[in-house]
Design a binder for this molecule. Structure first.
Ligand code: HEC
Ligand code: HEC
Length: 465
């Protein structure tokens, strides 16, 4: 990636400034922040954190698999091209904006039919879950808030298998072209164009919208038919997959290229904390180190779930968040979201969601599976006493869209009944320090992703960024 901090660009101003400030702060560890509350100096804090890192064997983020440049270029074009949406009005980038570190800075995304971008986007179809950051998604384990695409050993043991949502006909022809290591990303990537709200649109709007729900094969074939009508795309597919005949191009090739682009170009790990892990003792401020010590301490419980180099166990937990928005058709009013239960059918999985990675988390608010908390410190504060936080939650503090304000579901009792055991009691930690630590997980190369945007796409459509 060829990236630089472009603070003169107004597009980057809102997300950039805060983070830039914390990044600069990180470089000047000597600046007034070098004494802990007990008078510990920075050197002591550094050695304490080094001790924890060794004891818990905390590792830097590994590199993504290396991929052919032609495959990445095809994926880049597809990612930014609205041609794969029914009305040719939405691309992947519409909800995963390069200017917003791969998210959209909205409570809930606005899909087909919308105009404008990010928080200013109006009138599009409302999507029930928050657009997660898709940086560093090459971990390859569980995709989506409910993990409905997974690559893991089956419950009975054995080699990892790709698991896709029930009813999705992803046969061996499709999955057979997925690059090893990219299975979940590739399978994930061919699903958004099948969603009416996200990309496909309604009956009567386009040949993609006219296809009956659930007929995945027909939708995918129609998308491929559109793409191969552009000679430039045919050339790119044949460069990416040498020897591939036009008639043999299928949606698996599309998904695999999107995955290659995401793994290679949306890999943003050069954060102050990563620098510290790689040996730079001056990479973190005293506040960030104190926050790290609290984060990694058993008292805060954070690493019960946010573990490993990606800060996720890729497992499913109920952390007691309120529910808002159109929901997933669950509960009395059909606007609740049962999370993992929708995948497994098990009542014990109700309100459980996949632990999100915390890499670059400061860049990608709002937070939670429905964007319930508007700021990082507010979701961190939630953990100090989950039951009280849920009872006291005031949607007006976090949500500006008037259509959403009336949608909060009165499910507090049910949510708390199935809360993660580790969050049942109040937890002791400093919200300020832990938030500062989380800010140190922001990568410099995530601040300006303009280098990943192609100058144009084969269809000639405008590019959302
Ligand atoms: C209308 C907005 C929208 C569009 C368009 C969209 N996405 Fe997403 N994306 C989302 C939302 C919302 C989720 C989470 C959905 C869920 O978990 O149920 C998501 C999830 C993801 C994830 C999983 C991230 C994770 O950590 O689990 C990836 C990767 C991703 N999208 C990539 C893509 C690609 C590639 C495209 C284009 C083919 C695309 N998205 C189009 C909104 C969108
Ligand atoms: C029991 C497991 C568990 C524990 C313990 C836990 N988390 Fe989480 N965390 C999750 C899950 C699951 C989510 C997503 C929940 C949802 O959206 O419904 C989440 C979401 C978050 C988010 C929002 C991320 C985003 O992109 O929206 C932040 C920030 C966060 N956790 C920080 C922390 C901190 C700090 C601690 C310790 C004080 C902590 N977590 C403890 C499982 C856990």
């Amino acid at each position: 990636m060829n990236l630089s901090i472009q603070s003169e660009s107004p597009r980057y101003a809102t997300t950039g400034i805060l983070v830039l400030a914390s990044f600069l702060g990180s470089c000047s560890s000597g600046g007034g922040d070098d004494q802990g509350p007990g008078g510990e100096d920075l050197e002591q804090l550094v050695s304490q954190l080094r001790g924890v890192i060794t004891a818990q064997s905390i590792q830097p983020v590994p590199d993504a698999p290396s991929l052919s440049a032609d495959l990445v270029e095809l994926g880049r074009a597809l990612y930014f091209d609205k041609e794969i949406s029914g009305n040719r009005d939405v691309s992947c980038a519409t909800c995963h904006l390069a200017s917003r570190a791969g998210s959209d800075a909205r409570t809930l995304p606005s899909g087909v039919g919308g105009s404008g971008l990010g928080p200013d986007r109006l009138a599009g179809a409302m999507v029930p879950r928050h657009s997660p950051v898709n940086l560093n998604s090459f971990h390859g384990q569980a995709m989506f808030w409910d993990g409905r695409v997974e690559f893991r050993p089956p419950p009975g043991g054995g080699p990892p298998e790709l698991m896709t949502p029930a009813g999705v006909a992803m046969d061996a022809t499709i999955t057979g072209v997925f690059t090893p290591g990219l299975e979940t990303l590739a399978a994930q990537a061919i699903l958004p164009p099948t969603s009416r709200a996200e990309m496909r649109g309604e009956i009567g709007e386009s040949e993609l919208g006219d296809i009956v729900d659930g007929n995945f094969t027909e939708i995918w074939d129609a998308i491929v038919a559109r793409l191969v009508s552009f000679p430039a795309y045919v050339g790119m597919f044949q460069d990416a997959y040498p020897g591939l005949l036009v008639g043999d191009i299928h949606i698996g090739h599309v998904g695999n290229a999107l995955a290659a682009f995401e793994a290679s170009e949306l890999q943003c790990t050069d954060s102050p904390f990563q620098a510290f892990l790689e040996g730079d003792d001056l990479a973190l401020t005293a506040t960030e180190i104190r926050g790290a010590l609290e984060f990694f301490s058993p008292a805060s419980r954070c690493t019960v779930c946010h573990s490993g180099p990606f800060f996720s166990d890729f497992n499913f937990h109920n952390i007691g968040l309120p529910q808002l928005g159109p929901g997933k058709g669950n509960g009395l009013g059909s606007n609740d979201d049962f999370g993992r239960e929708n995948v497994t059918g098990l009542a014990q999985d109700r309100y459980k969601f996949r632990t999100p990675s915390l890499l670059n988390v400061a860049l990608t608010g709002p937070y939670g599976h429905a964007g319930q908390y508007s700021t990082l410190s507010s979701i961190v504060a939630h953990y100090r006493n989950v039951a009280t936080a849920l009872d006291d939650y005031n949607i007006m503090d976090h949500v500006t869209n008037p259509d959403l304000i009336a949608t909060q579901v009165a499910n507090q009792t049910e949510v708390l009944a199935n809360l993660a055991p580790s969050l049942a009691n109040p937890l002791q930690f400093s919200v300020t320090d832990v938030t500062a630590f989380l800010e140190s997980l922001s990568a410099t190369d995530a601040l300006d992703l303009s280098g990943i945007v192609p100058p144009s796409v084969p269809s000639g459509h405008t590019i959302d960024l």
